[in-house]
Design a protein around this ligand. Structure first.
Ligand code: SAM
Length: 283
């Protein structure tokens, strides 16, 4: 079953997956909000949540897209770690868009298994390239409520009249993930699946919450984006799709040669030891 796309109903296939074997569920279930056939059919959310509880390791995590109502249902069982948005380059129509604003953000939530230990949860910081900078701050900017807000860990960055912050040119990936939506996806990535997610978006979630030995489950895999991202990042995957047409598309995508995404995030410089006692400057 490992590293396969399985054609079938996830409610049947999930029964065959060994309990306590999945490190992360990364999925984009039917939204049950549109006129698409798979959306109109929907799925039994309560049963799905129960099944996942068995299959996920105790320190496993879930990254789920969906409506606020669906994510709220997940949160009734799985504690929320954080939530964020997939930010699209431009607004897209919602159903009944005459009565609602166009939408640029699609919410996702990261959940943990209810039995998790925080110290065991995987979180890999992702650093993105950016412009280097060096700036000097006036230290009074850092005094608030009588407390010194400066991180004085770096002795060399602290001068008589201020604090120099430096950055070599990296920025931490925020919870807002920018990626193209379907009309702007690179040609080779786009398939006919109506709700296909960009690989970059799914890769970001995978990198955050799994290590390279981890096994990812996507029970609603559509055009196989999760499988492709796992293959590129060297993660194991089990992906399930009910519709034969989408299952075939997913298999074809995996057969194409891929350019592996470098897995290792840019190294952050080691934090220097703070050997300067904190001196409070009061107003
Ligand atoms: C929102 S789409 C996922 C799209 C996917 N993220 C991608 O990038 O292509 C949901 C998919 O779940 C499939 N699906 C719906 N019910 C299913 C079920 N019970 N078992 C397996 N797949 C199902 C639908 O056919 C649809 O392709």
């Amino acid at each position: 079953m490992i590293n396969q796309i399985i054609h079938g109903d996830c409610f049947d296939v999930l029964q065959q997956i060994p309990d306590n074997s999945i490190d992360a569920v990364i999925t984009d279930p039917p939204y049950m909000k549109t006129d698409l056939n798979f959306d109109k059919t929907g799925f039994n959310v309560d049963l799905f949540l129960e099944l996942l509880l068995l299959k996920l390791k105790n320190d496993g995590q879930l990254a789920v897209f969906g409506s606020i109502e669906l994510l709220a249902k997940f949160s009734s069982i799985y504690p929320i770690r954080w939530s964020g948005f997939w930010l699209k380059p431009s607004g897209v129509m919602r159903t009944h868009s005459a009565k609602k604003p166009m939408s640029r953000g699609e919410p996702y939530c990261i959940f943990a298994h209810p039995k998790h230990k925080v110290s065991n949860l995987v979180y890999n910081k992702i650093l993105l390239p950016g412009e280097p900078y060096k700036k000097k701050q006036n230290n009074t900017n850092f005094i608030r409520d009588g407390k010194d807000q400066i991180d004085r860990a770096n002795a060399s960055a602290w001068t008589k009249d201020g604090y120099i912050s430096e950055n070599e040119g990296t920025r931490q990936q925020t919870d807002v993930i920018e990626a193209p939506n379907k009309s702007r996806m690179k040609h080779y990535e786009r398939t006919i699946h109506p709700t296909q997610k960009p690989v970059k978006l799914i890769s970001t979630l995978i990198r955050w919450i799994t290590n390279s030995s981890g096994t990812v489950l996507d029970p609603f895999c559509g055009s196989g984006t999760t499988a492709l991202a796992c293959k590129e990042l060297g993660r194991n995957y089990i992906c399930i799709e009910k519709e034969l047409e989408y299952y075939r598309i997913a298999c074809n995508r995996l057969d194409q040669p891929i350019e592996p995404i470098p897995d290792e995030p840019i190294e952050e410089p080691e934090e220097p030891v703070d050997n300067h006692p904190l001196q409070l400057k009061l107003f």
